[in-house]
Design a protein around this ligand. Structure first.
Ligand code: ADP
Length: 796
């Protein structure tokens, strides 16, 4: 079908598509339109990457809007939300308003009610439903991108429940689910009462093969000679071969998939030695500029390593990178400036970065649950391979696996090239998933009885797939018990209601188990306040005392609380608990105590303990014992103690961050990337924000301590810098420099001498002006200021 003949779209859109070069629909798109895509019919499109799924979604959404409706596009990753929004914004000139909903979970995003197309992650949509966003009722079309992710243990259940809720809100909702070519797409279509378009068609040929010896053997029987040099270096040979191409001006880029971040980084270093030989003089200077931009993002070792590789035309890409770094790398790869990216599989699921050649170097990955190396799923490998071939640029795409001997070559053909992708299976019947979703389902009024809940669950993919319906019922009962015991729901005869705290927990988007842990910890702190404060004061005294007196052989392993209790006895027998006249200047709970509390909730991914860590953190655990909220598990409770220590390690990272330790030192000390620090910081900020809400709702005194801990982690600064760091454009490093120059607060920014401020900001005039403006200074201009006028005391 020609796009010009499409009907039911807003005026001007068929012509615009035509002008973009989209003149004919691709066969799977054709099939989708035949199945009623533009008439509001539900559809599952299971087609390979790059075969035009986005246009399928756009046709559905645009025709829905043309009929007066509103469309929602659900993405699996935040990074994809902005990519999709940017893509859909080209329809704004045809009167279509596009909005993206990210950020704060606890809001209903009312402003979105004026948008025609809304892009959001499944978690965000779930939270919008919980917060009763009024515009949810107006939705007429919802697109679920990468719907095969219902198979994912962590994120699948949210997508599944969200789709079920949206369909319950509006039974005539058009659901368009986009999927990779999974084995049981038909089952997904049955679940959604949708028709199915299942196709292997691709706009550009994909040749899949295995490299072994001195050649690639492809699935069509053809071979391409790619001799490896000395040392059996298959990957560099393949990257060089793609760059040689098939003649003049036919340079092909490569994406190399490896199984760990460290491998991605070391492979990029090696590939830079190859790509370097293929860049022109102009490219070299452009790459040098890009490398400088990368260094500007952050001055960490990762940033430096990336910049070095990029200067030579190669890069690495993994979840430990700062998002600005990832975007710079992806853009430069699309612009053909970077010739090779070495990536972990996250890239395959992520944004659009097609490449002439894809090399799947590692098809096994370490799996913690499994306790060893495990082969990747066929679906995952197919997703990586699907990145091969840039439409309009490459004559074809090539995806290559590597083998060391003839037998494993045949095995790879069987395992990945001839094989169909696995089926997807709902992961909803797991307790953590149901804990969250059942509370939300009750709190947002989707069900009020046990039977109602079971009926709702009957709308899920799980119910379509399972042959053991009793299991869901059992888990449901266990979860309802848990929620009742923890005070999140209450029963009145047959009716289930969420308690006020239960409502808050659901709106805050917390796992109820995290909420229970936080509430218990804060209540415990209220009950043990005096005793622990005494212990904390005692700790200081006892350290200074033991410096002068005889050495105490048990010091370090004796719990500080015991020492204080003993000291109290000497002073006249006060018991640690009852002394309302006890006073202390210390903040309690301490930041470390609060960080540890949120780090041990299931909503925080904790850092792993490496060898040696167990001893280090056990020692720290005893040293700082009075700061922890709740009972410290004994060393003999193996698993519980180990978890406690992992949480402590994570909490220490946050403590370092808010003690202003350099990012680079932190990455080194904990063996993480800058992106991981950001991730932990963001999660902690969210959880502490939730803790603040809970503390205030339960009338707990610790609310102030929690707020301070949250702000310190948010800005990464000590207490005295909080005021300054809150000014836009300041940040942790500049706040410290300003403070040391005697500019200690927002008010000082409005009044202090400009030359002093400018000197503290290292002479950056534009930055200084922006900061002064943000601080509310009347005359922020730096035009007349001479930095060398700075008073002597301005520079520390
Ligand atoms: P997918 O989402 O399936 O991975 P995309 O939707 O990103 O793939 O499509 C890949 C590319 O193909 C895009 O650049 C898109 O503009 C282009 N495209 C889609 N449909 C057509 C068409 N019918 N004719 C020409 N190009 C198309």
């Amino acid at each position: 079908m020609r796009t010009a003949d499409l009907t039911g779209l807003p005026e001007g859109i068929p012509e615009a598509l035509h002008d973009e070069g989209i003149e004919e629909l691709y066969p799977p798109q054709d099939e989708a339109v035949e199945a009623g895509l533009t008439d509001g019919e539900s559809l599952v499109a299971a087609v390979p990457t790059a075969s035009g799924k986005t246009l399928v979604a756009e046709l559905a959404m645009l025709s829905s809007v043309a009929r007066g409706g509103k469309a929602l596009y659900i993405v699996p990753l935040r990074a994809l939300a902005s990519e999709k929004k940017a893509e859909f914004e080209r329809w704004e000139e045809y009167g279509i308003d596009v909005g993206v909903s990210t950020g704060n979970y606890e809001s209903s995003g009312e402003w979105l009610s004026s948008r025609d197309i809304i892009v959001a992650t499944s978690e965000k949509v779930d939270s919008l439903v919980r917060n009763n966003a009024a515009w949810m009722d107006q939705l007429s079309c919802v697109v679920a991108d990468e719907v095969h992710l219902v198979n994912d243990r962590h994120r699948g259940p949210t997508l599944e429940v969200t789709l079920a809720k949206l369909r319950q809100l509006n039974p005539s909702l058009q659901v368009v689910a986009l999927s990779a070519t999974v084995g049981n797409a038909g089952e997904v279509a049955d679940w959604l009462d949708a028709s199915l378009v299942h196709s292997d068609w691709r706009p550009i040929d994909l040749k899949m093969g295995v490299h072994y010896g001195n050649a690639i053997t492809f699935d069509d029987g053809s071979q391409r000679e790619v001799p490896v040099g000395k040392g059996d270096r298959q990957t560099p040979a393949l990257v060089a071969d793609a760059l040689e191409g098939d003649g003049d001006d036919d340079q092909g880029s490569s994406l190399v998939f490896v199984n760990s971040r460290r491998n991605a980084e070391s492979a990029a270093r090696r590939m830079a030695g190859v790509t370097e030989q293929y860049i022109t003089g102009d490219e070299r200077s452009e790459l040098a500029e890009l490398a400088a931009e990368i260094r500007d993002v952050s001055d960490t070792e990762t940033s430096e390593d990336l910049a070095k590789a990029v200067a030579k035309g190669a890069a690495f890409h993994h979840a430990g990178l700062a998002s600005e770094h990832r975007t710079l790398v992806e853009d430069a790869f699309r612009d053909r400036l970077i010739k090779c990216i070495c990536a972990t599989p996250t890239l395959a699921a992520g944004v659009n970065t097609p490449s002439r050649r894809v090399v799947v170097r590692d098809w096994q990955r370490y799996d913690g649950d499994y306790g060893g190396m495990k082969p990747l799923d066929v679906l995952e490998v197919h997703q990586m391979m699907g990145r091969a071939g840039r439409p309009g640029l490459d004559p074809y795409g090539e995806a290559v696996l590597l083998s060391k001997d003839a037998d494993s070559r045949d095995e790879l053909f069987e395992r990945y090239i001839w094989a169909d992708a696995e089926d997807v299976h709902s992961k909803l019947a797991a307790e953590p998933a149901l804990r969250t979703h059942l509370l939300a389902t009750v709190a947002s009024g989707f069900a009020h009885t046990r039977e109602g809940l079971l009926e709702f669950l009957d709308q899920t993919l799980y119910a379509t797939q399972t042959d053991d319906p009793g299991r869901l019922e059992q888990v449901t009962d266990r979860v309802l018990d848990y929620l009742e015991v923890n005070g999140f729901i209450e029963f009145e005869d047959q009716t289930i209601r969420a308690t006020p705290v239960g409502h808050t927990v659901s709106r805050l988007y917390l796992d109820p188990m995290s909420a229970a842990e936080i509430i218990d910890g804060l209540r415990w702190a209220a009950d043990h306040r005096t005793e622990k404060l005494r212990a904390l004061e005692g700790e200081t005294t006892s350290t200074s005392r033991s410096a002068e007196s005889e050495p105490d052989t048990t010091a370090g392993f004796q719990r500080a609380s015991d020492m204080v209790a003993a000291a109290g006895d000497e002073e006249g027998g006060d018991s640690a608990g009852d002394d309302s006249d006890f006073e202390s200047d210390r903040t309690y709970p301490t930041t470390l105590g609060l960080y540890h509390l949120v780090c041990r909730t299931p909503d925080m991914y904790q850092l792993y303990l490496k060898s040696g860590d167990r001893d280090t953190y056990t020692e720290l655990c005893y040293e700082r014992e009075p700061e922890f909220l709740g009972r410290v598990p004994s060393e003999y409770e193996d698993v519980a103690f180990e978890d406690w220590l992992s949480a402590l390690k994570t909490a220490r990272l946050l403590e370092d961050w808010s003690d202003e330790v350099d990012e680079d030192r932190i990455t080194e000390r904990y063996g993480v990337g800058p992106g991981d620090i950001r991730g932990k910081v963001e999660t902690a900020e969210w959880l502490l924000g939730a803790a603040e809400r809970l503390a205030s709702e339960l009338d707990l005194e610790s609310v102030y301590a929690v707020r301070e801990a949250k702000m310190r982690v948010q800005y990464g600064v000590n207490e005295e810098l909080l005021d300054l760091a809150g000014v836009r454009g300041v940040g942790r490093k500049r706040a410290r420099r300003l403070y040391e120059a005697g500019v200690e607060s927002r008010a000082d920014l409005r009044e202090a001498g400009k030359s002093r401020i400018l000197a503290a900001l290292r002479g950056r005039r534009k930055t200084a002006e922006n900061i002064l403006e943000a601080a509310g200074r009347k005359d922020p201009s730096m035009d007349e200021i001479d930095e060398s006028d700075a008073p002597d005391d301005a520079v520390p």
